[in-house]
Design a protein around this ligand. Structure first.
Ligand SMILES: [Zn+2]
Length: 62
């Protein structure tokens, strides 16, 4: 890679962050779809219950 000024480096980092944020946004949608379609099998501890299949978790309030 060619030698970069700090400004170019910063811009490259910001561009990469934007790409990763977009990727995360897509993955959240994908996970949400997977969890929405799941027939949950929850396992509980004192604080929350977590589905063993899709890892969706919910807080438990008594
Ligand atoms: Zn589930």
């Amino acid at each position: 890679m060619a030698k970069q000024t700090n400004g170019n480096k910063a811009m490259a980092l910001i561009d990469e962050m934007k790409e990763l944020e977009e990727k995360i946004r897509q993955l959240k949608i994908e996970l949400g779809t997977l969890q929405a379609d799941c027939v949950h099998e929850f396992v509980s501890n004192q604080l929350m219950k977590t589905c063993q299949k899709c890892l969706q978790s919910e807080s438990i309030y008594y």
